[in-house]
Design a binder for this molecule. Structure first.
Ligand SMILES: NC(=O)c1ccc[n+]([C@@H]2O[C@H](COP(=O)([O-])OP(=O)(O)OC[C@H]3O[C@@H](n4cnc5c(N)ncnc54)[C@H](O)[C@@H]3O)[C@@H](O)[C@H]2O)c1
Ligand SMILES: [Zn+2]
Length: 367
């Protein structure tokens, strides 16, 4: 698996770390426009001082950069700069840069090592770990990709200081997810220190990020290629979330926002199908109540959407409506499982209705 290092400043000892890991000090550094502007000069200077040979690449800061055309352009710049198999790629940014950088590293010269330097909470706690790298296809998100584990994941929570509040909440959603699926004590810690963590206060922030990263690494280690159902538990809340993201054209709702709503739906579904006790449902809901959405987003992107429309969009392909949806449910707080049987559409619709009531405070008719 990967070596995960948590520290500030995490790049201070990078030269040494490269040597210990048998990596050459030749690095393609990939940024998006924001991370280049915020951290590029300082980072490149630090690496140059440590004797690194560098080639810098920058992509626009948007989901659309996870595309074949962006990758194709970057391959060209690398070939022109004589980057060969002896080089490594360092991805400095959120999940977009991490996924794109990992994709390029996995394919360039049949694979060069990738080192992840995540700068969003979502990337630190989730996307930089586990080796799933991908670009999007016009027909679907993350459809073209590889399993390509990073050699190193360098986590430095101090990068989060410049991250907008909306992105903090989005990342926090995945952090809370780890509590739900794997660790009840961690869930209680997150509930108790939600405010401190989202205000980036130490030591709570580092504790939350570190714990999340290691839970993810642990889950991935048990089921790297997602064959046994263990890795699939990382998708708690995601079956609902993917439908919401699709309806929001992957633009108007952050991934974590969709996951927060999705986890509320999944908690109700877990309870309604008889797996999760009411008291646990209520504890879970009271934690999820702490998440904030920008004005109008929750209304337009969830409350105003009919449950049937959301359900339809949860299927990856409209022609496959008869295919069964896969749900990750909770047995108890801290223990998730992939449900192996079909769930009646009505049960899914009821869970969505209840989540809507939860977020709006208004009652809806029951099915
Ligand atoms: N590979 C995986 O396992 C995995 C898991 C979850 C999500 N993902 C992918 O991750 C992507 C989403 O990642 P994300 O939420 O990090 O989004 P992102 O990479 O788009 O980053 C969000 C925004 O924050 C900016 N930013 C990054 N670091 C910053 C900093 N320190 N200060 C200020 N601004 C900063 C970015 O430029 C961008 O505008 C999606 O494409 C999703 O598919 C992958
Ligand atoms: Zn996710």
């Amino acid at each position: 698996m990967s070596t995960i290092i948590v520290g500030t400043p995490v790049v201070a000892g990078l030269g040494e770390l490269f040597i210990t890991h048998g990596l050459s000090k030749k690095v393609v550094v990939l940024f998006d426009e924001h991370t280049r502007k915020l951290y590029g000069d300082e980072l490149l200077k630090t690496l140059a001082h440590q004797g690194f040979q560098l080639k810098e690449l920058v992509v626009p800061a948007r989901e659309a950069s996870k595309s074949f055309s962006a990758a194709y352009r970057l391959y060209g710049s690398m070939i022109e700069a004589d980057v060969d198999r002896s080089w490594n790629l360092l991805a400095v940014g959120g999940g977009v840069v991490g996924d794109l950088g990992g994709f390029i590293a996995a394919s360039y010269y049949r694979g060069i090592p990738v080192i992840q330097l995540p700068t969003t909470l979502l990337a630190m706690s989730d996307s930089s770990i586990g080796g799933k790298v991908a670009i999007n296809h016009p027909l679907g998100k993350n459809l073209i990709g590889f399993f390509h584990l990073p050699e190193l994941v360098l986590i430095d929570p101090s990068y989060l200081k410049t991250l907008p509040q909306r992105e903090i909440y989005s990342g926090m959603s995945e952090v809370v997810k780890y509590g739900f699926i794997a660790d009840e004590t961690f869930l209680s810690f997150l509930d108790l220190h939600f405010k401190e963590i989202t205000e980036l206060q130490e030591p709570w922030l580092t504790e939350a990020v570190t714990k999340s990263a290691f839970i993810k690494e642990d889950v991935v280690e048990k089921d790297f290629r997602e064959t046994s159902g263990v890795r699939a538990t990382l998708n708690f809340g995601h079956t609902f979330a993917h439908g919401l993201e699709k309806l929001a054209e992957y633009r108007h709702l952050r991934h974590g926002e969709a996951v927060t709503i999705g986890m509320v739906c999944a908690l109700f579904l877990s309870h309604n199908l008889g797996y999760l006790e009411r008291i646990s449902l209520e504890r879970g809901l009271s934690l999820l109540k702490k998440f904030r959405f920008p004005r109008g987003v929750l209304k337009r992107r969830f409350l105003d959407i009919e449950s049937e429309v959301l359900l339809e969009n949860m299927f990856s392909d409209k022609k496959k409506l008869d295919k069964k949806l896969r749900f990750v449910l909770l047995k108890t707080l801290g223990e998730a499982f992939l449900l192996d049987e079909n769930v009646e559409n009505n049960a899914v619709l009821s869970a969505i209705d209840e989540a809507r009531t939860f977020f709006s405070g208004k009652s809806v008719h029951s099915r």
